[in-house]
Each structure stands twice: as structure tokens, then as C-alpha cells.
Design a protein around this ligand. Structure first.
Ligand code: CA
Length: 227
């Protein structure tokens, strides 16, 4: 899952970035409204965290602009002003939730999770065959056996399982699981996919991750069908 943080206060932006990265999200941070608008349109973010008081373009104008362009990405607004009036104005402008600064790590992560659930599925427990991923506790089991994944492998599996049965290209995976800081010329996706496959498929039946040569990957129970 990939998150865009638009916040000009570096201290707050860095705090949000660190908290989200530790929770397993890919994060990009930008520091003014214009850059925020560019980034929000350039990549497929799963959640946008938007400070309302921003240089160059304020948060509410940025938000209206995005919604007018048909972008439905859930937006969590950050504001120093927690008054009812501001909340109503913001909700009318199309933001999905509010967080009043200063906020705690746990609160930020909980709000982001809740927006992700709203955007995709209400379920925190996702299952394919005998593989279960619990997005709330970050636990993965297969056939009842706990599987230890790195945060990146977990993010990769969560993206696959939320889109099970659909072919996901390397670019789609990069866009949702990594941020802009990585070099897309590398074989990062292949390497992480191979580690993930060793952990969730090796020693189990049927294999769940299917590779479609030069197309992408699909998580599919039917990859089990004998050929
Ligand atoms: Ca600000």
C-alpha cells in the first residue's frame, strides 16, 4: 500500500513518514501544494495525507482540484484547527477523514488503515485457500502455520491478495508497494516476489503465486489446477 504525505512542516512530515514506513507502507513526502497535486496525479496512491495549510496551493483547493479530475483516492486531512466549522468545510470539499495536529503514531496508522478498508474491502482478514493475512495484526498463516514476512513482503502479499485473480504487472506492483526513491531499473519486484514465493508456496500445496511470463503475476487458487 502506498501513501502520499503532503505537509510543509518537515518535522511532521518526517514523523508521519517514519511511522508509516515502520507499519509497512511505501511513502512519498512532498512539501507544498503544487508538488502535492503533481505527485497525487502521477502515481496510484492508496491514501493521501494532506495538510490543509500549505504553501503555493492550500490543501482544500488541492483537494477540490483532485476531486474535479475524478481522483477518488481516500484523503486524510491534517489540521491544526480542530473546529467543527473547519471539519464541515473540509468534508464538503471531499476529504474522507480528519486528524488534528499534534497526533500520535497509533492514531495516524489507525486512520490510514480505516481509509484503506473503506477504499477496498471492509475485511482486515483476507484469505485465499488456506493462506490467511490479517492486515490489522500483520500476521500471516498458511495451513495454520505462522509465516514470517518482512514489511515489504507483507505489503507485496497484501497487494496481491486484495487483487486476487487479477494479473498485476511489475509496474502496477512497483507503483503500489514502492515509493519514488527506488530505482525502477532494478529487479526489486522479482527478488521480493521470489522471497515471498519461497515463504508462502514452498512446502505447501497448491502454489498460489503464478508468474505470467513477461506479463506479470497473479495470486490464484486455480493455479493449483493440474496441467
Ligand atoms: Ca502546514
Amino acid at each position: 500500500m502506498r501513501v502520499l504525505v503532503i505537509e510543509d512542516e518537515k518535522r511532521v512530515a518526517n514523523f508521519a513518514r517514519r511511522s508509516l514506513v515502520e507499519a509497512g507502507y511505501a511513502v512519498d513526502c512532498v512539501y507544498d501544494g503544487e508538488e502535492g497535486l503533481d505527485f497525487a496525479q502521477a502515481a496510484s496512491y492508496d491514501v493521501i495525507i494532506l495538510d490543509l495549510m500549505l504553501p503555493k496551493l492550500d490543501g482544500l483547493s488541492l483537494l477540490k482540484n483532485l476531486r474535479n479530475r475524478g481522483l477518488t483516492t481516500p484523503v486524510l486531512a491534517l489540521t491544526a484547527k480542530g473546529t467543527i466549522h473547519d471539519r464541515v468545510t473540509g468534508l464538503n470539499a471531499g476529504c474522507d477523514d480528519y486528524l488534528v495536529k499534534p497526533f500520535a503514531v497509533a492514531e495516524l496508522i489507525a486512520r490510514v488503515r480505516s481509509l484503506l478498508r473503506r477504499g477496498t474491502s471492509q475485511l482486515t482478514k483476507l484469505q485465499i485457500g488456506d493462506l490467511i493475512l490479517d492486515a490489522a495484526t500483520h500476521c500471516v498463516t498458511r495451513a495454520g502455520k505462522p509465516i514470517d514476512l518482512t514489511p515489504k513482503e507483507f505489503a507485496l502479499l497484501e497487494y496481491l491478495i486484495r487483487n486476487m485473480g487479477q494479473v498485476l504487472t511489475k509496474t502496477m506492483i512497483e507503483q503500489h508497494v514502492w515509493n519514488f526513491d527506488f530505482d525502477s531499473g532494478t529487479n526489486l519486484v522479482e527478488v521480493h516476489m521470489s522471497h515471498l514465493r519461497n515463504k508462502i508456496d514452498r512446502g505447501f500445496h497448491p502454489p498460489l503465486i503464478q508468474t505470467l511470463r513477461s506479463v506479470g503475476y497473479v495470486l490464484n487458487e486455480q493455479s493449483a489446477v493440474p496441467r
